[in-house]
Design a protein around this ligand. Sequence first.
Ligand code: SF4
Length: 184
Amino acid sequence: MGDLRQAVIGPDVEHGVFTSKFESLLAWARKYSLFQYPFATACCGIELMATAGPHYDIARFGAEAPRFSPRQSDVLWVVGTISQRQGPALKRIYEQMAEPKWVISFGTCASCGGFYDNYTTIPGIDKIIPVDVYIPGCPPRPEAALDALMLLMEKIQNNDRSPSVVKPREVVHQLRAKAPKERR
Ligand code: SF4
């Protein structure tokens, strides 16, 4: 309910009624009912799969049901290395998704080609389709996938279509602070 309040415009909510912009309410509903299309090609896919288990529990965000038809999907997760031969298929799947649609680039390979610096690999999926959220890492942990999803939800609520990057979790900074100086 707290989140709904944030989506709501107007002070009347304290008195049992609320006023809102229709767009805000629609965005609020959309961000909690995302259907995902996992386009997984390589090792990163295992980390994304973990988010569906009880430990990470992506169902908390209303995004637990994968769809393997682009026509029923809102979010395209591109997970792993994309070769030149896979590029046209990926682009076609993106084009078959209905608007509004969003793209998450999971891992270094999807985002920039990773260490596959050769003629067979696309050096980042943003060369062929637009990306809303990039997740760094090789592979990123499941927590980063959840961070990306929450970031995307925030962007949907704010109607923000600029690309964003998932930031490292606070724990990384804490570990770095504890490490001896020469190892930082
Ligand atoms: S980023 Fe690393 S883990 Fe992910 S697909 Fe590439 S090599 Fe595999």
